[in-house]
Design a protein around this ligand. Structure first.
Ligand SMILES: Cc1cc2nc3c(=O)[nH]c(=O)nc-3n(C[C@H](O)[C@H](O)[C@H](O)COP(=O)(O)OP(=O)(O)OC[C@H]3O[C@@H](n4cnc5c(N)ncnc54)[C@H](O)[C@@H]3O)c2cc1C
Length: 514
């Protein structure tokens, strides 16, 4: 077996015959000796001529066949031992699928609604600011990943095998290109159907889904070797199991409060805070494709990072051809995030531009102990709401922001609730502002044209990751001194995106069934 790279102009999709000939050349054999040649990775290269670079795996007729990834089968589990899974986001869904593979019955408790009802709620939120604290851009079937860009960032297998995630996504309806693309994404128009297919599979195999079911308390019954957890829900129902997978996401603050009230361990953890920057997509295309953009090319992406005053400032969750959405989970907060459809065809490019915040950066909040950063995060989100008295986003043009000048007029924005001109240089914490101010001109050195008053900054981008971690035993993956309770995904502080949360959910399910 040999892996090698070939490059073709962006519009020239190589035929099987071309790949066979390329493999023959790379392996020094005749084309007839090539048994198989398969694309394993595809990445766009716009540095000079615009190309796709293909990584090809090939074998000769004398060698064993190339390895096929085979998904383990799901078992029928209606009468099998249950595992309660709190949260139906990527961590909870993929944990549940793994439970089916292991012959255990997932019982999923999800505070939000199914994906169809949820669509109506986020429509109402975007149109008239009506926030349902249980059904919004973070909460509901599929979790925070459902109405997102569906970027599948993680290509690294460091924390677990991502093939189990990607191959299942394809089996449930994602385009197979996600298996090879260097920067795969699915899109908000496709994700709801995929999430629904996952639910149907779980239910058809005997698992249970309970929507509008919010877990509010946990009780451990410890009878010697027999340990059992009761999960008590807001409506009074109780679900019992020997193992509970806790995959409630980074916005389920009540879960952290519950842990604290019980004296269960929690740790403060850094997160990143800043703004969403929105440029016209045409401007980003022009920069990234060096003026050679054609309408049939993919909307250009970017990824930027710099150091400012000894701290990382970086772009986060960039959405080419996307829109900005209100992703707060409680009334009185303004939080922004980005999503896009599969064709990424909107007029705008947006990304979080954020500065790392560490425990210890906000001594005024020390009195909140482990919740110092959580309180700080909430306070900034509430400050933005207080400024606009609504979920309209306080906003400023990029150069005005750096000059500390309130913008006289704002450019159009994709953020449906709207934006209001605001002195973000005053509203953001000074140590965040001063670093962002240094970063924007620095980014212009890598992306000439990025630093422009045609770009709008909207605040705030604050839910980059959880500011609290639930520590777990590295060997058993369960909470310290709480056997059978498995915190996982972004809310537990061990993941930061759709794929990494899904992988962490799989690991939790594997640990729960070991
Ligand atoms: C608008 C937006 C765009 C994003 N875009 C991307 C992207 O393109 N790529 C990417 O990798 N990541 C993206 N993210 C982040 C990504 O969605 C998260 O990292 C990921 O969903 C975390 O998965 P999770 O399962 O750990 O938690 P979540 O997805 O947050 O799921 C947790 C679930 O638990 C439920 N829940 C919470 N508390 C309880 C309770 N007490 N009882 C019962 N249920 C409860 C919630 O309703 C939720 O459904 C985006 C996020 C948002 C908001």
């Amino acid at each position: 077996m040999k892996e090698f790279e070939v490059a073709y102009p962006i519009r020239q999709i190589p035929s099987e015959e071309e790949l066979r000939k390329a493999a023959a050349r790379a392996m020094g054999v005749s084309p007839a000796k090539v048994a198989e040649s398969r694309v394993v990775r595809r990445s766009l290269d716009a540095r000079g001529e615009i190309l796709y670079r293909y990584r090809i795996a090939a074998s000769t007729t004398d060698e064993p066949a190339l390895e096929e990834y085979i998904l383990p089968e799901y078992q029928y589990v209606e009468n099998a031992e249950p595992v309660v899974v709190i949260g139906g986001g990527p961590a909870g869904m993929f944990a549940s699928l793994r439970l089916l593979m292991e012959g255990r019955k997932p019982v999923i408790l999800e505070r939000g609604k199914d994906v169809h009802a949820r669509k109506r709620d986020i429509g109402a939120l975007s149109q008239n600011g009506a926030l349902d604290p249980d059904s919004n851009f973070c909460f509901g079937e599929g979790g925070a990943g459902t109405f997102s860009d569906g970027k599948l960032f993680t290509r690294s297998n460091k924390r677990g095998d991502i093939r189990e995630v990607l191959h299942q996504l394809v089996a449930f309806g994602a385009d197979p290109s996600i298996l090879v693309d260097a920067h795969p994404h699915i899109g908000s128009d496709r994700l709801p159907a995929i999430v629904e297919n996952i639910r149907k599979c779980i239910v058809e195999h005997g698992g249970e889904y309970h929507f509008e079911t919010r877990a509010v308390d946990f009780k451990l019954h410890d009878e010697g070797n027999l340990k059992r957890w009761d999960v008590i829900c807001a409506g009074g129902e109780t679900y019992s199991a020997r193992s509970v997978i806790l995959a409630a996401g980074h916005s389920s603050k009540e879960i952290y409060r519950l842990f604290d009230s019980k004296g269960w361990p929690l740790e403060a953890k850094g997160f990143a805070l800043g703004v969403r920057a929105e440029h016209p997509q045409s401007l980003i295309n022009n920069i990234r494709y060096h003026g050679k953009y054609q309408p049939w090319m993919p909307a250009a992406e970017y990824s930027l990072v710099t150091q400012a005053q000894g701290r990382g400032v970086f772009s986060f969750c960039m959405c080419p051809g996307g829109i900005l959405v209100p992703s707060a989970t409680a009334p009185g907060e303004v939080v922004l995030n980005g999503m896009s459809n599969s064709d990424r065809s909107s007029r705008w490019a947006n990304a979080g531009i954020v500065c790392q915040v560490e425990p210890g950066d906000v001594p005024d909040y020390d009195r909140y102990g482990v919740f110092a950063l959580l309180e700080f995060q909430s306070e900034v989100e509430r400050r933005m709401y207080s400024f606009s008295s609504s979920i309209k986003a306080p906003a400023q043009r990029m150069l005005d922001f750096c000059r500390k000048a309130t913008s006289a007029g704002l450019p159009p924005t994709s953020y449906h609730p709207g934006a209001v001109s605001a002195p973000l240089h005053e509203l953001l914490p000074e140590f965040v502002y001063s670093r962002l101010r240094e970063a924007f001109p620095a980014f212009n050195r890598t992306m000439k044209g990025f630093y422009t008053n045609d770009a709008l900054l909207l605040a705030c981008e604050s839910r980059t990751s959880s500011p609290v971690r639930i520590p777990r035993n590295p060997e058993t993956m369960s909470c310290i001194d709480l056997p059978g309770l498995y915190p996982c995904g972004e809310g537990a502080g061990y993941a930061g995106g759709i794929v990494s949360s899904a992988v962490d959910g799989i690991l939790a399910a594997a640990a729960a069934t070991a």
